[in-house]
Design a protein around this ligand. Structure first.
Ligand code: KDG
Length: 310
């Protein structure tokens, strides 16, 4: 029996999200891809925990803890690093979409290491969720992610990976090598089309899915294509799922919303196709408000949207 449906490992960030394009006006929230996933999954009804380090050297650690607790996320595996600050990021909105700028060098999360996992929470969960950002932020964080995946494998916990390839965080050759190994090891892979284009040099979804299958022949794969919807590759077939029409204002965290809802619905008993339809609708809804966390929808909202769209 598992105590958790999904545990996430990575870096939570304090978010400053631009409210008026081109103006120096920002609203404060929290972000960080794996934390967003865990909050999305919690709102969808999953039993969740977040793992890693938060900083004790500034006043933002309490905000992170309070946010997770309010969402019902277990924080017993979080370590307070008194020597370090919490990472920050700024979201700016341009005609080409949103852009991230970071202030996260030597943050608390970047100081995580494999010994931090001795609490054993990975082993008590059905899924472990990690990402290319968790792998990128430092070499000790990278080691911690692989150690967590190893613990997951030994315990029968399934590993879910989002590529989230952020070119600002690491050199591309390192990113390609490390991500390739993580892709080979995961059980569920949720890459964005743009990330895979950067990773492989290809731009056609089928060619990218073929590339992924050559690296990993066993994972459930969902290729997220933003405003073009998603493709589920369950090894037997590839099923495209069209996007839902919404008035999008900010796509920050939409892929994380997809991942959290997908895993929550899979744990609730949906098959992967049903879970994808649900997560696709949830991700669309999450783009209708500003910030990575505030617009993450709950089940009533998603069901109403699915019914209205039918
Ligand atoms: O997916 C959204 C995240 O990218 C955002 O919340 C910030 O985690 C973040 C990052 O490192 O880019």
């Amino acid at each position: 029996m598992h105590d958790f449906d999904v545990v996430g490992l990575g870096e939570a960030l304090i978010e400053f999200n631009q409210t008026v394009p081109g103006e120096p006006m920002y609203r404060q929230g929290i972000g960080g891809d794996t934390s967003n996933v865990i909050i999305a999954a919690a709102r969808a009804g999953a039993r969740t925990a977040y793992l890693g380090r938060y900083g004790g050297n500034d006043d933002f650690g309490e905000l992170l803890l309070q946010t997770w607790r309010n969402e019902g996320v277990d924080v017993s595996g979080m370590i307070c690093d008194e020597q370090a600050n919490n990472g920050l990021y700024f979201v700016q909105h341009t005609a080409e979409g949103h852009r991230f700028s970071y202030a996260r060098h030597e943050s608390a999360a970047a100081r995580m290491r494999p010994a931090d996992l001795q609490h054993g929470l990975v082993e008590r969960s059905r899924y472990l969720h990690v990402s290319g950002i968790s792998l990128a932020i430092s070499t000790t964080a990278c080691d911690t992610v692989f150690a967590a995946m190893e613990r997951a494998r030994s315990a029968g916990t399934r590993s879910c990976l989002d590529a989230n390839l952020r070119a600002r965080l690491w050199p591309m050759s390192r990113a390609r090598a490390i991500l390739r190994e993580a892709i080979a090891q995961c059980d569920v892979f949720l890459p964005g089309l743009d990330d895979m284009a950067l990773m492989t040099g290809m731009d056609q979804p089928d060619a990218i899915l073929d590339w992924i299958r050559a690296v990993n022949d066993h994972a459930i794969v969902v290729l997220k294509m933003g405003s073009k919807g998603v493709i589920l590759d369950d090894k037997l077939s590839r099923t495209p799922i069209a996007p839902r029409k919404v008035q999008a204002v900010d796509a920050t965290g939409a892929g994380d919303c997809f991942a959290g809802n997908l895993l929550a619905r899979a744990c609730a008993g949906d098959d992967w196709l049903q879970a994808c339809y649900y997560a696709n609708a949830a991700a669309g809804l999450s783009t209708t408000g500003y910030g990575a966390v505030d617009p993450l929808p709950g089940p009533e909202q998603v069901r109403a949207f699915l019914d209205a769209a039918d």
